[in-house]
Design a protein around this ligand. Structure first.
Ligand code: UT7
Length: 315
């Protein structure tokens, strides 16, 4: 398979670090050096399905394909207002897709998991053109009184259109189960039979543990897959790494011993948009004309679960 179209969509509301310090005990002087984030896009009057639709339409436009040409739609999303039907069904209706669709919740590496699923469908000969959308409203998961989490996140959607081709060289997924590192609880509708205590808990995170996991998982995933594929790190033109924290990316660059220029970054004005982060970065770089045909690219992401994944492709 190969990527023939990319698209992204961001909420119009931009919240700077200084705006956060108006109601939180925080500051640009704390946030910027520790995370690399100056501002983030935050959902206000938009909907996540609207952002997903916009990203998909842009990716379809670039690909030259029509909605009826798509025969499988994968949507990555951690949380949305709709419990059912899945976000994939809701976006399908808005775009006019009639193909099967599945929602996946694989946290920040959701885009890599979606690519891996798509590749499996291609290998099975079941699909011709696949649409992937990653749409996330992470700012609706955190407690906006908790300075240790809410400053880190931003919202948005990214999409890619896939067509037949042999550009994907390989994918690799990993799981290191630990559900106490990044977690959130929401209560379900009560019944007369529920006797256990239930409470909504906004996003909780053991930041330092997640930081270590992110650096270790990313470098291990990338180095193992490149080695299996017989590709030297130096031969890779672009390392597209999940935009969680600038310091995580800097540590990965140091361990990988690769030039910083190979690691495009947009966290400065996006924050962490979970699974949407990689496809948004991909689309922004693609539209700037950064990639040349034949460039080798690594996509790597990590997050709650703890899950991680990597894909290597030729542009
Ligand atoms: O997709 C994966 C998602 N997760 C991540 O990428 C998170 C990875 N982890 C990190 O990026 C870092 O651990 C953080 C940026 C979240 C936190 O940085 P840290 O250097 O690990 O800080 P810390 O949590 O150890 O907190 C140090 C201090 C604490 O104060 P005390 O207890 O030392 O007085 C915090 O209360 O910094 C305080 N603090 C803040 N101060 C001002 C925490 N958040 C803030 C804040 N503004 N926003």
């Amino acid at each position: 398979m190969k990527i023939i179209g990319t698209g992204s969509a961001l909420p119009k509301k931009i919240v700077t670090n200084d705006m956060l310090s108006e109601f939180l005990d925080t500051s640009d002087a704390w946030i910027l050096p520790r995370t690399g984030i100056k501002s983030r896009h935050v959902i206000s009057d938009e909907t996540i399905e609207g952002l997903g639709e916009e990203a998909c339409r842009k990716a379809l436009d670039m690909s030259g394909l029509a909605p009826q040409d798509i025969d499988f739609f994968i949507v990555s999303n951690v949380v949305s207002e709709h419990v059912t039907p899945g976000l994939g069904c809701i976006i399908s209706e808005r775009i006019g897709l009639t193909c099967p669709t599945i929602d996946i919740n694989c946290a920040c590496p959701g885009f890599i998991y979606a690519l891996d699923i798509a590749e499996t469908y291609y290998k099975a000969g079941k699909v011709r053109n696949v649409l992937i959308a990653c749409a996330e409203e992470t700012t609706r998961m955190t407690d906006w009184g908790d300075r240790s989490t809410c400053v880190l996140f931003g919202d948005g959607a990214g999409a890619v259109v896939l067509a037949p081709g042999d550009n994907i060289r390989g994918t690799r997924l990993h799981s290191q189960p630990a559900s106490d590192k990044i977690w959130q609880l929401r209560t379900l509708v009560p019944t007369p039979y529920i006797t256990k205590e239930e409470a909504d808990v906004p996003l909780q995170m053991k930041g330092r543990d997640v930081f270590k996991f992110a650096v270790t998982a990313c470098t291990r995933d990338v180095e193992e897959l490149l080695q299996d594929l017989g590709i030297a790190k130096d031969d890779v033109s672009w390392y597209m790494v999940h935009q969680a924290n600038r310091r995580i990316i800097d540590a990965i660059i140091q361990y990988m011993e690769q030039p910083q220029e190979k690691f495009p970054v947009n966290i400065t004005d996006h924050g962490n948009s979970s699974s949407a982060s990689c496809p948004i970065l991909l689309d922004e770089c693609n539209r700037k004309g950064l990639f040349k045909s034949g460039d080798l690219m690594v996509l790597s992401a990590f997050g709650a679960g703890l899950l991680s994944g990597v894909a290597v492709l030729e542009w």
